[in-house]
Design a protein. Structure first.
Length: 332
């Protein structure tokens, strides 16, 4: 009896020790979700409509575009880089698919081929980013910013006005539901889970952390650093392409100004979630928290009808806090 009690006591001590280790290793995740919980409580008090099922599902659907882009951005930032072309990739994919839909008289039979084409375009653009970065060894921010400006020119060459002609069957993707739950929200939940498994449970995912932690050490460990970097940028642009395809189903038009500012917002979400802007440290779970925080903040502002100028002020403060939260390892 005494031995059994000792084992039980040891087991409880071990569990509490594990909890303590988790708290010490993930303060940023606990902080971001604590802030989200506080925001939700305050929003519910200020406006009871916030906690309605329709509004909560609306928040989750609003989080999909920035969520997709932030997942890809997380992988790039974990390598120590940044992808400033994601917004333009999303926009270009939407415009290309919408243009082909219009030229084909809204052919329903082209939905799947065009979705695959959009994903392929994103992957190719990401591969081009990765190739330039690994071959030139230039700053990823500068490389991807330059690519973004090239794509902006392509964007204007395709169209400077919204492109219609998207078939209703494609638009129905946005409104499809299982019971009261939108299918796109369920799918997005699966994508978040898959991203977490990839980064935390697979060799390529762990290689991303290793390269971001120390590229030199990664090379000495016989990791394929160039391939890992290229993979991160391919995945970033692919997720951005998915965001562009989703935006097209939500708005019904190829918008020449779609996803405006999503590149910066995705980096803010990543930083708020605790991923180091210098690479090698963080969790996709934190990125999810950063995304939810930004979307909830925007939703609350809309419900309370806060002036757009104050919204921009608060968002700017959030950006400064996110950037200031991390010091360069060299200055630590």
């Amino acid at each position: 009896m005494g031995l059994a009690m000792q084992k039980e006591k040891f087991g409880e001590t071990s569990r509490w020790r594990q909890v303590g280790v988790f708290v010490r290793n993930n303060p940023s995740i606990l902080l971001i979700y604590g802030i989200i919980a506080l925001m939700c409580i305050l929003a519910s008090v200020l406006n009871p409509d916030f906690r309605s099922a329709s509004n909560l599902f609306n928040i989750l659907r609003q989080s999909i575009v920035i969520g997709l882009i932030a997942i890809g951005q997380s992988m790039v930032v974990l390598t120590g880089g940044a992808d400033m072309s994601v917004a333009m990739v999303a926009r270009i994919v939407g415009l290309v698919v919408a243009t082909i839909f219009l030229a084909s008289n809204s052919s329903v039979g082209l939905i799947i081929p065009l979705v695959l084409l959009g994903i392929a375009v994103g992957a190719l653009l990401g591969g081009f980013n990765g190739f330039l970065i690994t071959e030139t060894h230039a700053n990823p921010f500068i490389i991807t910013f330059g690519i973004a400006n090239i794509l902006r020119g392509v964007n204007l060459a395709i169209s400077s006005t919204p492109i219609t002609g998207v078939p209703d069957a494609y638009l129905n993707i946005y409104d499809a539901k299982i019971g009261i739950a939108p299918i796109n929200v369920i799918v997005m939940g699966v994508i978040w889970l898959a991203a977490w498994i990839f980064l935390s449970r697979t060799k390529p995912g762990r290689a991303i952390f290793a390269v971001g932690g120390s590229e030199r050490a990664a090379r000495l460990s016989a990791l394929k650093v160039n391939w890992t970097l290229a993979m991160a940028y391919i995945m970033s642009a692919t997720f951005a392409a998915l965001a562009g395809l989703f935006l097209l189903s939500r708005t019904g038009v190829g918008d020449p100004s779609a996803a405006e500012g999503m590149d910066f917002q995705s980096i803010v979400a990543v930083a708020l979630g605790g991923i180091s802007l210098y690479g090698g440290k963080g969790s996709i779970i934190g990125t999810l928290g950063g995304v939810l925080m930004l979307v909830i903040l925007n939703n609350v502002f809309s419900l309370l009808q806060v002036n757009i100028y104050y919204q921009q002020l608060v968002l700017g403060m959030v950006v400064l806090i996110a950037v200031a939260a991390y010091k360069s390892p060299r200055s630590a």
